[in-house]
Write a protein that binds this ligand. Structure first.
Ligand code: GLU
Length: 507
């Protein structure tokens, strides 16, 4: 079998969409599964759409996600350079090759002339296509005398090089996901391959680079399926049919309701990020949220993305990256679009967070505490994390689930007060304070023992004491086990909280 070499080839026209990360992920899994190489190539031939910072964003996003490359723009490699604008000189000779073998031609029509034609066709409710039906009546090297063509070129007139699409031919694309896809060539137009500013278009650069970089499989989004027949044709025109990669077009990522493609604009509008990392638009300053900053773990993000369009054919849903590699196959990628599911994204993150050790969770909580200027020792944070380890869905929840371990309540939940705070409660708590004071060491077991004795002697239920106790410590009726919590927070902080509660909680 041919050496597996796949590439992720984003255009730096803005932040990377999660659909792009999924494309990169499937390529990565495919490469690793087959002992192949994975390449990061930047396709920046459309200078008009270039966005500063986008390339760095792409690299940083993939690095955060844990997707690694063997060669690429950030790593170099045997087929460098991996940025198309740095490969500019390469493409001209290939465009010339097609001119010489008669499968491409120069066209000199100005944008204004083509616009006028388009309008004319629209009026007749037709669509203008530069192609077999029209090219013979237009200004190009097929219709103009050689002398005139040469003069125009010598004079530096603006031109483009167009591919010559065959008339009335069925072009077949073998797709690993969709099977055979046939397209009637009359639906294609003579796409521009090269422009007189010295830049190739996407189609030419993409095919030439895939060939030169010995790409074995092109795995990319479904939006590129309509371009595939042209690419197949270009391989034929270049005489590279034997080296042509196999194609696999991935299903679209859909909005949660299944109505249409999940677009870059959808994210914050629908209440979840569509970008891996936060992105600030360099032109407008507009900020879009990212998975990383929203508190997702990269392992959870990747596991969730893997399942948007692929399934292992078993019930298992949690897959480490190594398990994804060994289970991945293109055959199990679905043909139909995959709906984004926020609940599932939360579920995955919760699963991965719950599996983290207290020490690992502490590394997430400590920066939040530092930001809030709360100074505590790591050991304490780890003890807290041990008690809340399965309560957080996203990293910021570690704080919402634990703030009462670090700061005393500033107010008390009115609803809880009216339910549990009775006239006798302040006296009861006041009598409980000396009991707590006497406990030495202040461990969960000792607190439990002494508290049980206290409520028994009082002839009351545990809840009658514990509920108001919790209210003074937490401010509401939330949090982990009260005895665990008391032991971790410690006597010297717990007792003042009870006193403060007695003073401030009024029915
Ligand atoms: N540059 C294209 C993109 O931005 C790559 C398409 C392909 O993988 O061929 O998605």
């Amino acid at each position: 079998m041919r050496e597996v070499r796949v590439r992720f080839a984003p255009s730096p026209t803005g932040p990377l969409h999660i659909g792009g990360v999924r494309t990169a992920l499937y390529n990565y899994l495919f490469a690793k599964k087959n002992g192949g190489k994975f390449i990061l190539r930047i396709e920046d031939t459309d200078q008009g759409r270039f966005v500063p910072g986008a390339e760095q964003y792409i690299v940083e996003s993939l690095t955060w996600s844990g997707i690694t490359f063997d060669e690429g723009v950030h790593l170099g490699g045997p087929y460098a350079p991996y940025r198309q604008s740095d490969r500019k000189e390469i493409y001209h000779q290939y465009a010339r090759q097609l001119l010489e073998n008669g499968t491409a031609y120069y066209a000199f029509d100005t944008p204004a002339e083509l616009d006028a034609l388009r309008k004319e066709y629209e009026l007749r409710k037709e669509t203008f296509q530069y192609g077999p039906q029209t090219r013979n009546g237009l200004k190009n090297s097929l219709t103009l005398p050689d002398l005139e063509v040469n003069k125009s070129l010598e004079n530096g007139e603006h031109y483009v090089i167009r591919v010559k699409i065959p008339d009335n031919e069925t072009i077949k694309v073998q797709d690993l996901i969709r099977g055979e896809v046939s397209v009637d060539s009359s639906l294609l137009d003579d796409k521009v391959l090269y422009k007189s500013d010295g830049m190739p278009t996407y189609h030419l650069a993409n095919v030439v680079d895939d060939y030169l970089m010995k790409i074995s499989h092109v795995i990319r989004g479904e939006e590129w399926l309509p371009s595939a027949p042209l690419h197949v044709l270009l391989y034929r025109y270049f005489g590279w049919e034997k080296e042509m990669p196999e194609f696999a077009h991935l299903p679209l990522l859909l909005k949660p309701d299944g109505n249409g493609k999940l677009s870059k604009r959808d994210g914050d509008r629908l209440g979840f990020p569509v970008f891996p990392l936060r992105w600030t638009d360099p032109k407008t300053g507009e900020v879009s949220s990212g998975y990383r900053e929203s508190g997702y773990l990269p392992e959870a993000f990747i596991n969730m993305l893997a399942f948007l369009g692929w399934n292992p054919g078993t019930e298992q849903e949690l897959f480490s990256i190594d398990e994804l590699i060994s289970n991945f196959s293109i055959e199990r990628v679905s043909k139909s679009g995959a709906k984004f599911d926020l609940e599932k994204a939360h579920w995955y993150n919760h699963q991965y967070l719950s599996k983290k050790s207290p020490a690992e969770l502490a590394t997430f909580l400590i920066p939040i505490l530092e930001e809030k200027k709360i100074e505590v020792c790591t050991e304490y944070v780890e003890q807290v994390c041990a008690l809340i380890h399965n309560r957080a869905v996203l990293i910021p929840d570690l704080w919402t689930q634990s703030h009462f371990f670090f700061i005393e309540p500033e107010s008390y939940d009115g609803k809880v007060i009216s339910k549990i705070w009775k006239t006798e409660t302040p006296t009861l708590l006041a009598e409980y304070i000396p009991v707590l004071e006497s406990i030495e060491p202040f461990t969960k077991e000792n607190i439990e023992l002494q508290t049980k004795e206290f409520v028994q002697a009082k002839g009351i239920g545990m809840g009658q004491l514990m509920n108001p106790f919790r209210l003074t410590v937490v401010g509401t009726n939330a949090g982990p086990g009260m005895m665990d919590m008391a032991a971790v927070i410690g006597k010297e902080y717990i007792i003042p909280r009870i006193r403060k509660g007695i003073e401030n909680i009024l029915v």
